[in-house]
Design a protein around this ligand. Structure first.
Ligand code: AQP
Length: 332
């Protein structure tokens, strides 16, 4: 059976982008068809300015929302990255095969470094090396597939390159993974800035639909989405990014096709109304289940404890073998 690994970063409240681009497919497809691991990648949240208490709260909330979105611990392994030491252990080895130039070419690094400077902060070294830790997350488990949204494909490419390089230099240690993406919803854009991705730690809050937004808040955000001065509803990502984004969100929520849906609407208002209702309906069961799980925090903690134990047992032999292969003396 193929192995699948993916994760969410507790850098903000999870968004509709995270859900349509990744989480929904993990629950509906991946956990049924693969030996799947899903992770709250909390170490990654330390790569930018952070508040310790907030990261802890968001990690717990992220795990709870993953369960609420349908992950079933009987079908998959759900855990928190920092509970499994193998990620950090392997990351160091991979830093010894990655290059400085590779890191500096990463688009997300460039974008986030600019944002950190604009916010008056300095750029942490861990922001530069973040893709190596992500490669370790993936490679430690012999992962075949990494289901992610478009924004993460460059990082998965790097994980592939590092696996191939390590294997060529030191012997076959890692499976070479590949990224998979959803048919629609792979890149949900900010409703107020439809040329930028809807990102959970962005500053343009009104353009972001959070998974725990109340239905009326969702409606308000979608109804106020930026479109353009035209009138016809046409699907044109380049020329009409705002309308295209709404059509893609509607298609992702209803199982339709954005191109076909564009023919159904004669006004932006009607498109927005249906999109808002479709989003509210998609989020409703997730929010209900989230409420139930919040009433039973011991259950979530237990799932994470078991998950970390299982993940450790899967990662340790491969990471130990990589330590030996690269030339380190086996210890006690
Ligand atoms: N807007 C999006 N559209 C489609 N997929 C998305 N993903 C994120 N945003 C969108 C996918 O969600 C998964 C988890 O993302 P992450 O927690 O690793 O964070 P990220 O990719 O860096 O995205 P964010 O939400 O924008 O976080 P910040 O703002 O902290 O950088 C991934 O599979 C991602 O592709």
């Amino acid at each position: 059976m193929k192995r699948v690994f993916s994760g969410v970063k507790p850098t903000g409240h999870l968004t509709l982008g995270n859900y349509l681009g990744a989480m929904r497919r993990w629950a509906e497809v991946d956990q049924h068809q693969a030996d799947a691991l899903f992770c709250v990648v909390d170490l990654h949240a330390l790569t930018v300015e952070h508040d310790p208490g907030r990261v802890r709260r968001l990690s717990r909330q992220g795990a709870t929302l993953l369960l609420a979105s349908g992950l079933d611990p009987r079908l998959c392994t759900l855990f928190v990255q920092s509970h499994v030491d193998e990620h950090a252990r392997l990351s160091y080895l991979l830093e010894c095969v990655a290059t400085d130039g590779e890191m500096r070419r990463m688009i997300q690094y460039k974008e986030k470094a600019v944002r950190e400077r604009e916010r008056g902060g300095s750029v942490r070294l861990s922001l530069l090396t973040y893709p190596v830790l992500m490669a370790a997350d993936i490679l430690a488990y012999g992962t075949d597939e990494v289901p992610v949204g478009d924004d993460q494909t460059q990082h998965v490419e790097l994980a592939r390159d590092l696996a191939v390089r390590f294997n060529q230099r030191y012997g076959q240690a890692f499976v070479v993974p590949r990224a998979t993406r959803p048919r629609v919803g792979a890149r949900v854009m900010n409703l107020q800035e439809p040329t930028s991705k809807m990102g959970k730690s962005d500053d343009v809050g009104p353009g972001i639909v959070y998974l725990l937004d109340e239905p009326d808040v969702v409606r308000k955000k979608v109804m106020r989405a930026v479109t353009d001065s035209g009138r016809d509803v046409v699907y044109d990502r380049e020329g009409r990014p705002g309308v295209a984004n709404l059509l893609e969100i509607l298609a992702a929520c209803t199982g339709g096709n954005p191109e076909a849906l564009s023919g159904v609407y004669e006004s932006y208002g009607a498109l927005k109304k249906d999109t808002a209702e479709a989003v509210v309906e998609v989020l409703r069961p997730v929010q209900e289940r989230h409420r139930e799980l919040c009433a039973d925090p011991g259950y979530v903690e237990g799932v994470l404890r078991d998950g970390a134990e299982r993940a450790r047992a899967m990662a340790r032999p491969r990471v130990d073998a990589a330590y030996r292969a690269i030339g380190l003396l086996p210890g006690g």
